[in-house]
Design a protein around this ligand. Structure first.
Ligand code: CP3
Length: 343
C-alpha cells in the first residue's frame, strides 16, 4: 500500500503526514470560480459530473494534495429524498422545511435516491480514472444530525434551534427523520464506494450542539450504525468521522463508533488530542482556517506545532474546518511546504 493517506488510516506513523484540506475545491481558487460560472451555479456544478470532477482535480494539480475529496454537497441527499433545495448567493442553502408529519411523509427513500444521485457516482468514476496514482479519493456524506438541522429549519442556523425544538416537542417525528437519514446515508456512501471512493468521511458539523445523552443518541449512535453497516458491506474501506466541536466527547469516539480516524476541529489543542484521542488511532487536523487568510510566521509556527504534537501516532494534516473564500492561495502553498519540510 503506497498511498500516504491510506497508510495513515491503516495506523502507520509517518515522518511527514499526508495532507489535504476541507473545501480544497472552492471559491478561494480562481479556476474554481471560472468552472462554477461555466456550469451556471453551484448546484448545476454538483450535478455536472465532468465539471464536478474538474473542480475536484484543480487543487490536486495546483498543490499535489495527498487526497482528493469528491466535489458534491451534504445537502444533495435531502434533495434526493424529495426536499426542495436551492442556494441564495452570499447567504447559503435554502430547503423546504420539516415541521409536521405530513412534511416528513412527502419524503421518498430506498433506491429512489440514486436517480438524483447518479451524477455524483459518475463523478467518482471519472475521478478514479483521472487522479494520479498516489492520490486517495475520499467520498462523503453529512451525518444524520447535521443534515436534519438543515432539513428541519430549511437553512443553516447559528444554534440549530429548530432541530432542538422538534427533538424536544415531537421526538417520534424527529427520530423518524433521523432513521430515514441513517438508512439513506448508508446507501449513499455504499454507492460512492462501489463507484470507486477509497475512503469515506462523515461530516457532523453541528455535533457540538448536542450534549450528554443527546450526543450519545444523535451523534455517536447514528455514526456507529452507519460505520458498522458500511464495514459489513465494504470491510476494507476506512471511515473518517468528524463530530465537529465534540470537545471531551472526541475521547473514545473512534472506539465507540468503529471509525478509523477522528477529524478534529481547531478548538482542541493538538497536545491534548494527541494524549486523549490519538492513542486510539489516526487523527486528522487541525490548523485554524484563518491562517489561510493571514499567513506569515504564525501559520508556519502553528503548522509545525501541530505536526510535532501528532508525530508519535498516525496523523493526517488538515484544517480544523473548511477553507474560507477570502483565503490566499499562496498561504495554502506555505502550509503544504511547511508540512513537507522534513521530507
Ligand atoms: O472541497 C470539498 O471539501 C468537497 C466539497 C464539499 C462542499 N461542501 C462544497 C461546497 C463538501 C465536503 C461540503 C460539505 C458540507 N456542505 C458541509 C459539511 C462541512 C462543513 O463545512 O461544515 C455542510 C454543512 C454543507 C452545507 C453547505 N454547503 C453550506 C452551509 C454551504 C454554504 C456556505 C458556504 O460556504 O457558502 C454550502 C455551499 C458549498 N458547498 C460551497 C462549496 C464549494 C460554496 C458554494 C459556492 O461555490 O458558491
Amino acid at each position: 500500500m503506497t498511498k500516504k493517506l491510506l497508510r495513515a488510516l491503516n495506523g502507520e506513523v509517518q515522518t511527514v503526514p499526508p495532507i489535504w484540506m476541507m473545501r480544497q475545491a472552492g471559491r478561494y481558487l480562481p479556476e474554481y470560480r471560472a468552472t462554477r460560472a461555466q456550469a451556471g451555479d453551484f448546484l448545476s456544478l454538483c450535478y455536472n459530473s465532468e465539471l464536478a470532477a474538474e473542480v475536484t482535480l484543480q487543487p490536486i494539480r495546483r498543490y499535489g494534495f495527498d487526497a482528493a475529496i469528491l466535489f458534491a454537497d451534504i445537502l444533495l441527499l435531502p434533495q434526493a429524498l424529495g426536499a426542495d433545495l436551492w442556494f441564495v448567493t452570499g447567504e447559503g442553502p435554502r430547503l423546504s422545511t420539516i415541521e409536521t408529519r405530513a412534511d416528513f411523509d412527502k419524503l421518498t427513500g430506498g433506491d429512489m435516491i440514486h436517480e438524483t444521485l447518479n451524477p455524483v457516482y459518475e463523478t467518482v468514476r471519472i475521478l478514479r480514472r483521472e487522479l494520479p496514482a498516489e492520490t486517495t479519493l475520499i467520498g462523503f456524506a453529512g451525518a444524520p444530525w447535521t443534515v436534519a438541522t438543515y432539513m428541519i429549519a430549511g437553512r443553516g442556523t447559528p444554534d440549530q434551534g429548530p432541530a432542538h425544538a422538534l427533538k424536544a416537542e415531537n421526538t417520534a417525528l424527529f427520530d423518524a427523520l433521523m432513521d430515514t437519514l441513517t438508512v439513506s446515508t448508508i446507501d449513499y456512501l455504499s454507492a460512492q464506494i462501489e463507484a470507486g471512493a477509497e475512503v469515506v468521511k462523515l461530516f457532523d458539523s453541528w455535533a457540538g450542539s448536542l450534549k450528554g445523552a443527546d450526543f450519545e443518541r444523535y451523534a455517536l449512535q447514528p455514526a456507529k450504525t452507519i460505520i458498522t453497516e458500511l464495514k459489513s458491506r465494504h470491510p476494507n474501506v476506512p471511515v473518517i468521522a468528524f463530530p465537529r466541536e465534540a470537545g471531551d466527547a472526541y475521547v473514545g469516539f473512534a472506539k465507540a463508533t468503529g471509525a478509523d480516524c477522528v477529524a478534529l476541529d481547531n478548538s482542541v489543542s493538538p497536545e491534548w488530542a494527541a494524549a486523549k484521542v490519538q492513542l486510539d488511532g489516526c487523527v486528522q487536523g487541525n490548523l485554524a482556517s484563518r491562517h489561510m487568510v493571514t499567513g506569515g510566521d504564525a501559520l508556519v509556527e502553528e503548522t509545525r506545532a501541530i505536526v510535532r504534537a501528532f508525530s508519535k501516532g498516525p496523523h493526517i494534516f488538515n484544517l480544523g474546518h473548511g477553507i474560507t473564500p477570502d483565503a490566499d492561495p499562496e498561504n495554502v502553498q506555505l502550509m503544504i511546504d511547511t508540512v513537507r519540510e522534513g521530507e
